[in-house]
Design a protein around this ligand. Structure first.
Ligand SMILES: *Cc1c(COP(=O)(O)O)cnc(C)c1O
Length: 345
């Protein structure tokens, strides 16, 4: 069998949530947008609900409706894109809570679903989603009178604790929410780690649950094991892979493994990437193909049956560095062709 195995450790996930909840000192939700960062919203949300999560966050109304079937009635499901045209029936049917981003969305919400729960998203400087101070002043009293279940904003630079943007956004958020009697939320994973000033009433971790930076103490959640299809000797002067980008300078033992860029192993990481065989680091040779990668196994005692791309030896952020990207992109790129195995519950 040449199918790679992606193992997702639900106990590690739950432990990461508990650690972040402990540091939050506030109610701790969970962000499960984009299929729980590629790890499977169904199993992930089940495990987190069992751990005690009562507020989930997704990006799209459609994701929220699917999540409602998974967690059942009870937990509040926030839709970060808010109340878009065409969403009204799903929001009502699945009992979702849109985080309202503009006056237009607010009008759509109160006209389409009078009395239905909503949150409010404020823009404190990121200029991505939410109401800006001027728009907010016009709507604030009317919106707050309708009793939002959450008033939130999002930090642009929380992964850099020393960045001046953090204190600036904190101050803007304080001013915009002064005197408001509703639960407040500013911190995602990075914000939780900035300290208690940033925690308010509800925190919203995502990446830290899944084992990614900036939560350096996270337990690894994902292991990716890729079978070796074939192993061969390559002589000095011979090349490996498309475009002849790598030539052997000495006799080299080359293993061809059964995954490639179609599985989300970004082609751009090419020569900077490594895999692990029985704990030994093996270099990727030449270009990453669609379904195959060549790796150097010369120094191993025996030809490996499989190699590990993600896991204890190599965390998502190490692999991300090889591609000049971030752990978030590595996780959400994980392919559909893997056999997915969940351990723990
Ligand atoms: C994605 C997202 C989060 C979670 O962020 P992490 O950095 O993954 O913890 C929280 N809030 C909002 C608004 C988001 O878009």
């Amino acid at each position: 069998m040449a199918q790679s195995v992606l193992t997702i450790d639900l106990d590690a996930l739950r432990s990461n949530w508990r650690s972040l909840a402990q540091r939050s000192g506030a109610e701790t939700g969970a962000v499960v947008k984009s299929d729980a960062y590629g790890l499977g919203a169904s199993r992930v949300a089940h495990a987190l609900a069992a751990e005690g999560v009562r507020r989930f966050f997704v990006a799209l109304t459609e994701e929220g409706a699917a999540l409602r079937k998974i967690v059942g009635p009870g937990p509040e499901i926030f839709v970060l894109s808010g109340h878009m045209i065409g969403d009204t029936d799903l929001i009502r049917g699945a009992d979702l809570t849109p985080t309202i981003n503009s006056i237009d969305q607010m009008l759509r919400h109160v006209e389409g679903l009078p009395g239905h729960a909503f949150g409010l998203q404020l823009d404190t400087g990121m200029n991505r989603l939410g109401m800006e101070p001027a728009e907010w002043s016009a709507l604030r009293d009317i919106a707050v009178a309708q009793r939002p279940t959450l008033v939130m904003s999002h930090l642009a630079c929380a992964d850099e604790p020393g960045h001046e943007m953090n204190a600036y956004q904190l101050e803007v958020f304080r001013v915009m929410t002064e005197g408001i009697d509703a639960p407040l939320s500013l911190a995602a994973t990075g914000g939780i780690l900035l300290g208690s000033d940033y925690h308010f009433d509800v925190t919203r971790p995502g990446i830290g649950l899944y084992g990614g930076l900036p939560f350096v103490d996270a337990l690894p959640v994902v292991t990716l094991e890729i079978p070796v299809i074939q192993t061969r000797d390559v002589e000095p002067g011979e090349s490996v892979g498309y475009g002849n980008t790598w030539f052997a300078e000495m006799p080299t033992r080359v293993a061809t493994i059964a995954a490639g860029y179609a599985d989300g192993i970004l082609r751009a990481m090419g020569p900077a990437a490594h895999v692990y065989a029985d704990g030994n680091r093996c270099k990727v040779l030449g270009r990453i193909s669609m379904d195959l990668i060549a790796v150097d196994v010369t120094d191993l005692d025996a030809d490996p049956q499989s190699v590990e791309l993600l896991g204890r030896h190599q965390l998502v952020d190490t692999l991300a560095d090889a591609a000049g990207t971030i752990g978030y992109e590595i996780l959400t790129s994980l392919g559909a062709r893997y056999q997915r195995r969940y351990i723990g519950s």
